[in-house]
Design a protein around this ligand. Structure first.
Ligand SMILES: [Zn+2]
Length: 406
């Protein structure tokens, strides 16, 4: 078969007695071997996203441990969340250690960023308004947190475009940030380094503790928080607080829509304003020692993106989102539900085997990325009780550690 040797052909076959970490045991490999391509791809994406979020979590842990904390506390902070994550993720949550309080670092500096995409106007006007208010606010009114307001992409804002040369959101990789500065670089590459100097350096102890990056979407997603890990307990607790304290559907990038790009709608602007106020309120409560009870939140984890049907030669799209799907973000999409309507009027149906939740349906900025919608799986994530580490606890720990040493 295709001139493969028998060794190449049988490489993926499972044998008895192989190590638990053997790649042949990967569920996506098994599905692929069974010819279940779609499921294998979805499983591969899920595994890769899981690996990526585990890596990000390790990086974050490493970054938080690089602060001037004594070694003993470093151990606690590393072991406790890890243990809890495993315990909490037991299939029936029977091992959940509900009484334990996880102590997390203080959030002393928070950045609120608008205009990362220059034509997403709610964030642009909200940050401008907050900057005005800050000028008349007395320092002590800031309370327990210093809030940094940033207009991320001023040049794109001036032109009311998503970006000038390249998407700013894609310029924050370690490789891009650590490269030399050249005047020939795309504007957003230069700007990302400026922002990194202002808010970072990324992953360092000097970096701000929380970034609230404000975005709009043309999709009907309501107020939606995007966290980059399902064990980012700060983000998930903030999310739960937002759900409990606002009447808008909440689902820490903040995406709010529907609002066309280059347009500001007052209902969407107001939703964003309340969202940001609630986030900052939560941070103040947290920093002042409030204990946030554990519990569960429902999160949507991305499974895959779906592109528009396209002409094989021209690559032009040949269909639009089906009217029955339009604006139904986060409503379950079942196999055989209408997905697209071709320009000649034919209905194309969802051919996946598993019902999934669509979001970013018909987002304007994603036409160029080849994404008509994204699909997610809904999962229930258990959250531990959390509270901020008190200064005295930190000092007591340090003293205890010192006397143990002696
Ligand atoms: Zn955006």
């Amino acid at each position: 078969m295709y001139y493969f040797t028998s060794l190449a052909l049988s490489l993926n076959e499972l044998e008895d007695g192989v190590a638990p970490t053997d790649s042949r045991r990967r569920p996506d490999q098994r599905l692929m071997e069974d010819g279940r391509w779609e499921e294998a791809n979805a499983e591969k994406q899920r595994l890769e996203e899981k690996q990526r979020s585990a890596r990000r979590e390790r990086e974050r842990e490493a970054a938080s441990q690089r602060t001037s904390e004594p070694i003993r506390r470093r151990c606690t902070s590393r072991e406790l969340p890890g243990t809890l994550v495993r315990a909490l993720r037991g299939p029936d949550h029977s091992e959940m250690e509900v009484d334990k309080v996880v102590h997390l670092p203080r959030l002393s500096r928070v950045a609120v960023c608008g205009g990362t995409h220059g034509n997403e106007l709610s964030g642009v006007y909200l940050v401008k308004e907050m900057l005005k208010a800050k000028n008349v606010m007395k320092e002590e009114e800031e309370g327990h947190v210093s809030v940094l307001m940033v207009l991320s992409n001023p040049w794109a804002m001036q032109q009311c475009r998503r970006y000038v040369n390249t998407d700013l959101n894609r310029c924050f990789t370690h490789a891009a940030l650590s490269g030399p500065v050249s005047k020939k670089d795309p504007y957003e590459m230069i700007r990302s380094k400026e922002l990194n100097a202002m808010l970072g350096p990324k992953g360092s102890p000097e970096a701000v503790d929380l970034v609230c990056d404000l975005h709009n979407t043309t999709s009907n997603m309501g107020l939606c928080l995007i966290a980059y890990s399902d064990c980012d307990w700060i983000c998930l607790h903030i999310f739960r607080y937002l759900q409990a304290s606002t009447t808008v559907p909440t689902r820490s990038t903040m995406e709010i829509g529907p609002q066309p790009h280059g347009v500001v709608r007052s209902n969407i602007y107001t939703t964003m304003k309340y969202g940001v106020q609630h986030v900052l309120d939560w941070v103040r409560f947290y920093n002042s020692g409030t204990v946030f009870e554990g519990g569960f939140v429902d999160v949507y984890t991305m499974v895959k993106n779906i592109d528009y049907p396209r002409d094989g030669e021209t690559r032009n799209i040949t269909a639009a989102i089906h009217p029955q799907l339009q604006d139904r973000d986060f409503c379950l999409l079942h196999p055989e539900d209408p997905l697209f309507q071709t320009f000649s009027g034919e209905t194309l149906r969802y051919k996946g085997k598993e019902p999934l939740y669509p979001f970013f349906i018909n987002e304007c900025a994603y036409y160029e990325k080849g994404i008509a919608l994204s699909l997610a799986r809904k999962r229930r994530v258990a959250l531990p009780r959390i509270r901020v580490r008190a200064e005295q606890e930190q000092q007591a720990n340090e003293q205890g550690f010192a006397s143990e040493e002696e």
